[in-house]
Design a binder for this molecule. Structure first.
Ligand code: NAD
Length: 286
């Protein structure tokens, strides 16, 4: 499709915790952005969140006011994938392989053969997401960290079939957005989430064992210099998303007990206590 401003049009799939941050960075970097979600309330919240994020960047002197206003105008929200076109899609929908595959396949059928499909999955191998695509060479991992408009690191993951050119385009794109892209191999959880899993899983075990309550565990870890303890961080990430990532890695690593999801965390998900985004998680935000 034709590029706008000489820059590729970015389709952001999912306007939740991650999608809105990614859309903000893309728009602030000059791209036209099509932000898709199936939930109109989520889209409305995302627009408010992005607008306030851009205003904060202006207040901090990181962005000019006219650039923030331009970025706001470059984001178009859409409630359907039907006829949705972009040069690069960045997918940040729920951590469920079958949903990610279905959305990519549908979009592939109605977009140019040059279109790139980048996934922000935290734990699912890119090779599996690309399975069934006509052109798996265009599928790549582009893993941002939360909050996506602030955190610099982006893991770039080539699946078994990813073209080198596709990977290079994504590395260059992340660099042009002021990010620090690091290429890593395709393996469940890649680097950061594999290491970080133990931060969450072991903290939940400490809680289950009654060694300390969640606030005490957070205090201990934060007093060591970590910006956030594991429970505060799970609330920021989304307790549901964090639980899905652990469950997916538990399965991918042949049910190795070191990745076993916690019943306490499962209980929070069943109760709808997803953290900051739902108003309650391990902490209360109401
Ligand atoms: N939260 C984090 O800290 C974090 C960090 C890095 C990567 N990720 C990854 O990013 C992806 C999104 O995570 P999130 O935390 O933004 O999730 P989220 O639950 O906050 O948002 C997901 C959004 O996807 C939408 N969606 C769009 N199409 C959908 C469909 N067909 N079916 C169901 N939902 C659909 C949902 O409505 C929801 O708004 C996941 O793959 C996750 O692993 C999350």
């Amino acid at each position: 499709m034709s590029k706008e401003n000489g820059l590729p049009v970015i389709g952001v799939l999912g306007a939740g915790t991650m999608g809105r941050g990614i859309a903000q960075v893309a728009a602030a970097s000059g791209h036209m952005v099509k932000l898709f979600d199936i939930d109109k309330d989520v889209l409305a919240k995302a627009v408010i969140g992005i607008s306030s994020g851009l205003d904060k960047a202006v207040a901090k002197g990181k962005l000019k006011e006219e650039d923030a206003e331009g970025a706001k105008k470059r984001i178009k929200t859409v409630l359907s994938t039907s006829n949705l076109k972009a040069d690069i899609f960045i997918e940040a929908i729920v951590e469920k392989i079958e949903i990610k595959r279905k959305v990519f396949k549908e979009l592939e059928s109605q977009n140019s053969t040059d279109t790139i499909f980048a996934t922000n999955t935290s734990s699912i191998p890119v090779t599996s997401i690309a399975l069934g695509m006509n052109n798996p060479g265009k599928v790549v991992g582009m893993h941002f960290f939360n909050p996506a408009h602030i955190m610099k690191l982006v893991e770039v993951i080539s699946g078994a079939e990813t073209d080198q050119e596709t990977t290079k385009t994504i590395v260059d794109l992340a660099t042009s957005w002021g990010k620090t892209p690091i290429k890593v191999k395709d393996s469940p959880g890649f680097v950061v989430n594999r290491v970080a899993r133990h931060f969450y899983v072991e903290s939940l075990k400490i809680l289950e064992d009654g060694v300390a309550d969640h606030e005490t565990i957070d205090k201990c870890i934060e007093s060591l210099g970590f910006k956030m303890g594991p429970f505060r961080l799970m609330d920021l990430i989304g307790v549901d998303t964090n639980y899905s990532v652990t469950s997916s890695m538990f399965e991918s690593f042949s049910y190795d007990s070191k990745f076993r999801p916690s019943r306490i965390q499962e209980g929070k998900v069943l109760a709808g206590h997803f953290g900051k985004k739902s108003g309650k998680g391990f902490y209360d935000y109401s």
